[in-house]
Design a protein around this ligand. Structure first.
Ligand code: FES
Length: 121
């Protein structure tokens, strides 16, 4: 129903809760931030606390692309930023059509902003 809704906020939300952090999500977040800084992009990279997909982490969400990625590794970071900048989705880790992702997107459509739970300043 809301599949065409896009956020104007250009944000990548990276889960840094315990399970994802133990699988390396903080290093992925840091790499994403480095790439964004190096390229002068205006995309924000925020901390997020649990998408309820802990067993398939590290997980992240590109809010403005309605993209949800799982089992992300640091080497995916450049492709993820490219997707966030309007490029293609990253094959193999794209879970955007999953039931969970659709629930997350529905929450966004209802006005719930993941950044509300961000650990970032
Ligand atoms: S700890 Fe990352 S989704 Fe739950």
């Amino acid at each position: 129903m809301f599949d065409d809704v896009r956020s104007e906020d250009r944000i990548i939300h990276v889960c840094v809760n315990v399970d994802c952090a133990m699988r390396g999500s903080e290093a992925i977040r840091d790499r994403l931030r480095d790439i964004v800084d190096e390229t002068g992009s205006d995309i924000e990279v925020n901390d997020y606390v649990c998408f309820a997909a802990c067993e398939q982490g590290p997980n992240l969400l590109i809010e403005h692309c309605r993209a949800f990625y799982s089992e992300v590794e640091p080497q995916h970071a450049e492709s993820i930023v490219a997707h966030a900048e309007g490029g293609d989705a990253v094959e193999g880790i794209d879970r955007s059509s999953s039931f969970l992702a659709r629930k997350i997107f529905n929450m966004l459509d209802a006005g719930f902003k993941p950044g509300d739970l961000s650990l970032s300043d």
